[in-house]
Each structure stands twice: as structure tokens, then as C-alpha cells.
Unconditional design. Structure first.
Length: 89
């Protein structure tokens, strides 16, 4: 994961919130999404609302991207959201 220099500091909470919003629209498997976020160190509630990071945001998001391989449509959407925020994988 690399951050593009020259851009403002990334708002990791906004990025995760955008990924969660996208996931709500793209899948009915909310429990599976919740499980993947928790396994990545990102606390979310049952309604897929961001609560907190358990580790550094960078580590949590990198782990999330690895785990989202189980839900490819959401992973593609997450990559787009991260690229818009200046991060590339």
C-alpha cells in the first residue's frame, strides 16, 4: 500500500465508511462483511457502521484488502475508493 505524495493526509475513517456504504449496496451478506472487518482489526456494528480501528489504520486497511478477496465485488469497489483517496495497492 502506498500513499501518493503531495496529497493531503488521508482520512482513513472516511475511506472505511465509504467502503462499508458500498458493501451495504453490493451484498446482502452483512454478517460476512462484518466478520471480515472485525478480522481485519476494524470494529463495526451490526449495521456496518464504523466504530474504531484496533491497530494502525494502514495495517487494518491492508489486512482488510487481503481478506476482501472472499468478496471480489466489494474488493473492486474498495480499491476504487482507496485510489480516489490517493492510495494504491
Amino acid at each position: 500500500m502506498t500513499y501518493t505524495p503531495g496529497t493531503e493526509k488521508m482520512d482513513y475513517q472516511k475511506v472505511v465508511t465509504d467502503i462499508l456504504d458500498s458493501a451495504k449496496k453490493l451484498t446482502a451478506e452483512k454478517e460476512r462483511v462484518e466478520t471480515l472487518f472485525h478480522a481485519s482489526g476494524i470494529k463495526v456494528d451490526r449495521n456496518l457502521v464504523f466504530i474504531a480501528f484496533n491497530d494502525s489504520p494502514e495495517v487494518c486497511i491492508k489486512t482488510l484488502m487481503e481478506k476482501l478477496s472472499a468478496l471480489p465485488v466489494i474488493k473492486i469497489s474498495a480499491k476504487r475508493i482507496l485510489r480516489t483517496g490517493g492510495v494504491s495497492f
